[in-house]
Write a protein that binds this ligand. Structure first.
Ligand code: ADE
Length: 237
């Protein structure tokens, strides 16, 4: 973590100023950002954090998890959280989990002087990234969410990698509802099929629930499903 104020040169350690052209709020100044990002690139006080080493045997490859290292010598990725960025999705998390160096630039106020973003493209692959169509006060909470979504896809982070396969968004659908013991709770039974031990029927029931739930809660996801990945029973749901 890097404190931007450590890269200021004035007595008040100023990181923001009024916007050219007028308007409400403050804009983050370019000089401290350039100095801080330069230090990250040089591996100085704010060295970029590499992929964590994982002890023990190499985990098996699992669909949904990141599967290979990024190309050697590629530029670090600079993620700039912003409501004006591209939307961060599970696909983005999968992509970024493969990268060797990720740097997150958390802005506050009305944002960072755009010239910092332009200049950064000479040294980083810059990815302005939004958590969704709403506005937070700053990028920190967005970065926490992104780091968790990315980090859990790095092999070895999640204890049972099979859990990455059947969760929401792994296959473009929301996950099916889950139940545990007792089989009857407050007059509510667990769906009978789940007690049947019949793997084929259970798989079909779960897939149907995924499709129904996704259609009800996220019709936008259904619209973007690849029809080639739907079987005949899927289409009947
Ligand atoms: N900063 C402020 N709002 C944000 C959002 N929706 N996503 C990412 N960063 C942000």
């Amino acid at each position: 973590m890097t404190d931007l104020r450590g890269f200021t040169t004035d007595r008040h350690r100023t990181v923001d100023d009024t916007p050219y052209g007028g308007g409400a709020g403050m804009v983050m100044k370019p000089e401290p950002w350039a100095a801080a990002l330069g230090a990250v690139l040089e591996g100085g006080p704010a060295a970029a954090v590499g992929r964590p080493a994982v002890a023990g045997p190499a985990p098996a490859a699992v669909p949904g998890a990141a599967t290979g290292p990024s190309a050697p010598g590629e530029r670090p990725v600079l993620v700039v959280p912003s409501p004006a960025g591209e939307v961060f999705t599970q696909a983005t998390a999968r992509e970024l989990a493969l990268r060797e160096h990720l740097v997150f630039a958390c802005g506050r106020y009305e944002g960072i002087d755009e010239r910092v973003v332009d200049w950064s493209r000479e040294h980083f692959e810059v990815r302005p990234m939004s958590l969704g169509d709403y506005v937070l006060n700053g990028g920190e909470v967005a970065v926490l969410a992104m780091v968790e979504a990315i980090g859990r896809l790095v092999p070895g982070v999640v204890g049972n990698p099979a859990s990455l396969v059947e969760e929401s968004h792994a296959d473009g659908l929301l996950e099916y509802p889950v139940y545990t013991k007792p089989a009857l709770w407050r007059d509510r039974p667990v769906p009978e099929v789940l007690l049947s031990g019949h793997h084929g029927r259970i798989a079909r029931w779960r897939r149907d629930r995924q499709l129904q739930r996704t259609a009800a809660r996220r019709p936008d996801l259904v619209a973007s499903l690849d029809p080639a990945r739907l079987d005949r029973a899927d289409r009947a749901v």
